[in-house]
Write a protein that binds this ligand. Structure first.
Ligand code: 13P
Length: 252
């Protein structure tokens, strides 16, 4: 049985004070929730303060990116051990915004995945097609290439520590969510690829989240699909009430 996982990706939002206020409100709203894993991914600057605020609660900490080198002359970069030091358990990797704005590739995402696993943290690996790719019938092949490119060479055990987030680029921040059937169809295809590359067991055990305009209104229908194991939430995670409702509606 896969435990659902809901992660709030705060992107480049919230000062330290705002981040602590948000997570403190969220903490009390979902204090009695069980059966679903919850994490928030604040910007780097707020990780330490948010980590302190959620100590002992049912909320876990995630980062939004990392660099693969251990230490040294890499101005502006953050290492996995620095994230570990703040209490992070998850690291989001390969988000479409990092791919589009910062030139991230499947090869660089692959290096980051290895670095994160080596320190015992859990990668959340994002994949997804653009609108043009979907409209030209290439959605499945694009996602398959991303999956194979990022994950090649990993062992089944390593793969099972990873969560995949299917985020169609056309659904991110647009209010146009994929239909539950569109998402389910892609999640099944992803599981088939995992079965080919790893094993049947791995394909069954890996959690696959959906992301892209998830809100408290559409989460229930998404979660009803058998291959959707949670959500990576952007905009709706910036308000404690809306995010807490998404968390509650995700209890399977
Ligand atoms: P929105 O929920 O704002 O569409 O963002 C999705 C996302 O990119 C989460 O990583």
């Amino acid at each position: 049985m896969r435990t659902p996982i809901i992660v709030g990706n705060w992107k480049m939002n919230k000062t330290v004070g705002e981040a602590v206020n948000l997570v403190s409100e969220l903490k009390s709203l979902i204090a009695d929730v069980s059966g679903v894993e919850v994490a928030v991914a604040p910007p780097f600057t707020a990780l330490v303060a948010v980590g302190r605020e959620i100590g002992g609660s049912n909320i876990q900490l995630s980062a939004q990116d990392v660099f693969w080198e251990k230490e040294g002359a890499f101005t502006g970069a953050i290492s996995v051990s620095m994230l570990k030091d703040t209490g992070c358990r998850f690291v989001i990797l390969g988000h479409s915004e990092r791919r589009q704005v910062f030139g991230e590739t499947d090869a660089s995402v692959g290096k980051k995945i290895r670095a994160v696993l080596a320190e015992g943290l859990q990668p959340i690996v994002c994949v997804g097609e653009s609108l043009e790719q979907r409209e030209s019938g290439k959605a499945f092949s694009v996602v398959e290439t991303q999956i194979r490119g990022c994950l090649k060479g990993l062992s089944p055990t390593e793969m099972e520590a990873i969560t995949i987030a299917y985020e169609p680029v056309w659904a991110i921040g647009t209010g146009r969510t994929a239909t539950p059937l569109q998402a389910e169809e892609m999640h099944q295809k992803i599981r088939n690829v995992l079965k080919e590359v790893f094993s049947q067991d791995t394909a069954i055990n890996v959690r696959i989240q959906y992301g892209g305009s998830v809100n408290a209104e559409n989460i229930r229908d998404l979660m009803e699909q058998s291959d959707i194991d949670g959500a990576l939430v952007g905009g709706a995670s910036l308000k404690a009430v809306s995010f807490s409702r998404i968390v509650k509606f995700s209890q399977k």
